[in-house]
Design a protein around this ligand. Structure first.
Ligand SMILES: *Cc1c(COP(=O)(O)O)cnc(C)c1O
Length: 424
């Protein structure tokens, strides 16, 4: 019998991995003469090889056709963002008309709150997780103030109730039950960025709606990481970025979902000409008539050069066989990392991400025994030998093996390196 924690087994897992060829579709950064062991796809995904040619095509088209480029060929800029729609809808489990690639994550969060956070005197509050990514908290707090309410009373932050700083479903349920009648909007992450905890989004949407609130998700760490069923979850809206697991490049154009039942919404919105009905947009009339669906929240004609790498990236999601195939490998890869850590370096690394695979994505958040300084030492040692994770204050190393391009041997090497740093 092979030892399931051995190097031989890691090599065998790689050999049997049907997604292995996808690694060749990415540019892997070098450390000296070797490829880095890159576990930072939760922060900035690697560059798909196809990104360069997609960007060059736009530059070429611009140089030859200039303004005509808006209207010629399949990749015409007038409808360029529509090429993204169907593959993106597949990744997040939406209907095509429910998704749009536009702006950046935080900008989309604001635009969505303009429509879906409509506070009243009786119901002024937003409920979110304590310890949220700062941008979300800033956006939410500023929206509450913008409407003339007070974050001190109207921003409800649910505290984690589990030892590692994670949330039981009960804690979320109790918070919604306790504050529900005052809550206008529940805004929850798909995956919490610091702990890596994944949530039951359909259940959170159900609880929020039952309390009379609208519900939105921030899927920055979930999109392209775990399978999502946004349409079926009934959530009102969702936002996410495309530079993490979606591999579309630094500051990539972000994603936005608006549920079909709001396709013809007359809620207030901040409008721009690109959200106007397509057929009459160029009549340039003074009256805004939104195009149905998520497209109706667009403001501007999209940055074509910035959309090009997203197209390249989405091709790889389809090539992989979609999220179920990626998730199957991801569970094995992260499970292998977890098993190796527990067996070989449990005296050095404490895993704060939930052990139940249904409560996490690919990331494991690790706390180094001995405190923050020891943690920094290990983190810097790893970086110095080309093993790239990331650091989140005060004391967490996040390691995220991405099924698109990470190998079981990467995971094995990581654990070996931690062992050699600690001194066996
Ligand atoms: C990465 C991330 C952001 C970043 O926001 P940008 O608008 O893309 O700069 C915001 N919120 C969460 C939860 C994130 O993980």
């Amino acid at each position: 019998m092979t030892d399931l924690l051995s190097r031989t087994h890691a090599i065998a897992l790689d050999a049997a991995d049907l997604l292995r060829p996808l690694r060749g579709d990415f540019l892997i950064p070098k450390h000296k003469h070797n490829e880095q062991v890159y576990f930072c796809g939760n922060s900035l995904g690697l560059q798909p090889r196809g990104a360069r040619s997609h960007v060059l095509q736009v530059l070429e088209k611009w140089s030859h056709e200039a303004v005509e480029g808006h209207f010629t060929g399949e990749a015409q800029w007038m409808t360029y963002h529509e090429q993204v729609r169907e593959p993106l809808a597949r990744v997040v489990g939406a209907q095509p008309a429910e998704v749009v690639a536009m702006n950046s994550l935080t900008a989309n969060l604001h635009l969505m709150m303009v429509s879906f956070y409509r506070p009243t005197g009786e119901r002024p509050a937003i409920l979110m997780e304590a310890g949220a990514f700062p941008s979300d908290r800033y956006a939410i707090e500023s929206q509450i103030r913008f409407h003339g309410f007070d974050p001190a009373t109207d921003l409800i932050e649910v505290e984690p109730d589990e030892a590692e700083g994670t949330f039981s479903m009960g804690a979320i349920e109790r918070a919604i039950a306790m504050h529900g009648s005052r809550v206008a909007l529940v805004l929850w992450p798909g995956i919490q960025y610091r702990t890596g905890q994944a949530f039951d989004l359909a259940e959170i949407a159900r609880l929020g709606h039952a309390a009379g609130a609208t519900v939105g998700f921030d899927l920055a760490h979930a999109a392209g990481n775990v399978p999502l069923s946004l349409h079926d979850s009934q959530v009102d809206f969702a936002v996410w970025c495309h530079y993490k697991y979606m591999n579309a490049g630094p500051g990539a154009v972000a994603g936005c979902f608006v549920h079909e039942r709001h396709a013809h919404s007359d809620r207030p919105r901040f409008a721009g000409w690109w959200g106007h009905e397509k057929d009459t947009r160029f009549q340039m009339g003074p009256q805004f008539r939104p195009t149905p669906g998520a497209d109706g929240w667009q403001l501007s004609n999209p940055p074509i050069l910035a959309l090009a790498p997203l197209l390249a990236s989405l091709e790889l999601f389809d090539k992989a066989g979609g999220m179920p195939a990626l998730r199957a490998k991801s569970e094995k890869l992260t499970g292998f990392l977890e098993a190796l850590i527990r067996a070989r370096v449990s005296d050095t690394l404490e895993i704060i991400t939930p052990a139940d695979p249904s409560r996490r994505g690919s990331q494991l958040s690790l706390r180094v025994t001995g405190g923050r300084e020891r943690g920094r030492e290990l983190f810097e040692y790893l970086a110095s030998i080309g093993t790239i994770g990331d650091w989140r204050e005060p004391d967490v190393i996040r390691i995220s093996p991405a099924p698109m391009y990470n190998r079981f041997m990467d995971v094995y090497r990581f654990v070996e390196e931690v062992e050699s740093w600690r001194g066996v």
